[in-house]
Design a protein around this ligand. Structure first.
Ligand SMILES: *[C@@H]1O[C@H](CO)[C@@H](O)[C@H](O)[C@H]1NC(C)=O
Ligand SMILES: *[C@@H]1O[C@H](CO)[C@@H](O)[C@H](O)[C@H]1NC(C)=O
Ligand SMILES: *[C@@H]1O[C@H](CO)[C@@H](O)[C@H](O)[C@H]1NC(C)=O
Length: 427
């Protein structure tokens, strides 16, 4: 009896239907310190620690591919309870519609573009871990970049799985906090992660460089495109808005769908900015830099499947520019990428102004301009400055957000000295 009770308590704490916080209104926050989950999603956020751990094994000299593979296939930080680990491999191979139950155009677009679940990320990750297939005899840095950056794409994709689950559950009347809101919280946890930033408050200034989450990837591109939309900060507001609209009597399915679409736009902007930047860096003035080809390939691919639902031809043309088998990159690669991606903006519901201009564009070159938004009045959901009041125990001296019911204190970053310092740490 006592044992059974313990087992049941254990299941309740880690099971699929809700992970209430203890105390119930004291939910642990994520790296940003502003999204307030209504469930304890610590273990979900911890998958980003596996991304960090793999990166650290691949930073050893010599690179430790064997241990990196062990973390990818067996997990390390993220427990599902009862001794089961959540693994990045499981995330990469997930059927994100659960046999068509959930709608997830982000994922189904990738599936239809690349042909199978494993062809999206897993096959590449394994080939580079094992030195086989497309990765055979490639340089260590190329293999490292394919693996590290592909994992960011894996986690990005998985966040969309949770958003899709939340949308479905909400529409199915499952609006208790342990139901649709739990899926949404998980999506936020996968996206943001929960590693404490080494510098800064987790949202303003430059990216700390140690989060290893999709959120931090987006943040780095925000730093690269300083006049464009500050996507990582906007994402937090959109996530809070989604959560508010999933809870009980406040449920509003249209608003939840709008939040999901807002996140798709943010993921698209990050992929687009990366494609422009890394096509140029891969060309490298005529001497191809393979690791930047790998980086451009992976970051573009993090949302290419979704974008292909608007125009497959265009996306396939960009894919060809990032073909990993290339041994040289044409001088006009980045210009071509820019023109191709810009043709997608109206249908994606984003604008030239949102994407902005890459700060390192060669003066007077094709990248040194922001395209024309005439006829395109697309907007990004502004989300919510207010957030739920379920993170009471969490006080962080850096954000001053000890009162979780307060609005966002200055979500727009002041790109200053801190940004300059972190720019040297993180690419
Ligand atoms: C996680 O990795 C660390 C090394 O970074 C290792 O000591 C530990 O045993 C691993 N834990 C699991 C559960 O794999
Ligand atoms: C790249 O090369 C690998 C190994 O030679 C091959 O299996 C793959 O089909 C090639 N991919 C493309 C896009 O050409
Ligand atoms: C799709 O993109 C291609 C190449 O960019 C373009 O020629 C074509 O008109 C586009 N199709 C639609 C339906 O927008």
């Amino acid at each position: 009896m006592g044992l059974l009770r313990l087992v049941l308590l254990g299941l309740a704490a880690t099971g699929a239907e809700g992970a209430a916080c203890d105390p119930v209104d004291s939910c642990p926050q994520l790296s940003d310190g502003l999204y307030c989950p209504v469930n304890d999603v610590t273990e979900h956020a911890d998958i980003n620690r596996d991304v960090a751990l793999i990166k650290s094994y691949l930073a050893e000299d010599p690179m430790n591919y064997a241990m990196a593979k062990e973390v990818y296939t067996m997990g390390n930080f993220s427990s599902k309870g009862a001794g089961n680990m959540r693994t990045l491999q499981d995330l990469a191979l997930k059927d994100m519609t659960v046999s068509g139950k959930y709608t997830n155009v982000f994922y189904s677009g990738a599936l239809s573009l690349y042909g199978s679940i494993s062809a999206i990320w897993h096959d590449y990750i394994i080939a580079c871990l094992d030195n086989t297939g497309m990765c055979k005899d490639k340089s260590d840095s190329f293999r490292q970049y394919v693996i590290n950056k592909a994992l960011i794409g894996v986690v990005t994709g998985y966040a969309t799985y949770e958003f899709g689950a939340a949308v479905w559950k909400g529409a199915n009347g499952e609006t208790a906090d342990g139901q649709a809101a739990y899926a949404w919280d998980e999506g936020a946890a996968f996206y943001i992660g929960n590693i404490a930033p080494v510098v800064g408050d987790g949202i303003t200034g430059g990216a700390p460089g140690n989060l290893y989450s999709p959120y931090e990837f987006n943040w780095k591109r925000d730093f690269d495109y300083p006049d464009g939309t500050n996507t990582h900060a906007e994402a937090v507001k959109i996530l809070n808005y989604g959560l508010i609209n999933l809870r009980g009597a406040a449920y509003n399915g249209d608003n939840v769908k709008a939040a999901e679409l807002g996140m798709y736009k943010i993921f698209s902007i990050a992929a687009i900015r990366s494609a422009i930047k890394y096509a140029d860096k891969a060309y490298n003035g005529g001497t191809m830099e393979p690791k930047y080809l790998a980086e451009g390939w992976a970051y573009w691919r993090s949302a290419s499947g979704y974008m292909s639902t608007f125009n497959t031809t265009t996306v396939e043309m960009v894919d060809a520019i990032f073909d990993l088998n290339q041994t040289s990159i044409p001088a006009d690669a980045a210009c071509k990428v820019k023109t191709l991606v810009e043709s997608l903006y109206p249908q994606l519901g984003i604008t030239c102004a949102m994407v902005g201009k890459w700060k390192d564009a060669t003066a007077g070159g094709c990248l040194d301009s922001v395209c024309d938004d005439t006829g395109n009045s697309a907007t990004l959901l502004s989300g919510s400055d207010a957030y739920v009041d379920m993170c009471k125990a969490t006080t962080t001296s850096t954000t001053g957000a000890s009162d979780a019911s307060a609005g966002l204190p200055g979500a727009m970053p002041a790109v200053g000295t801190l940004a300059a310092v972190t720019a040297m740490i993180c690419q």
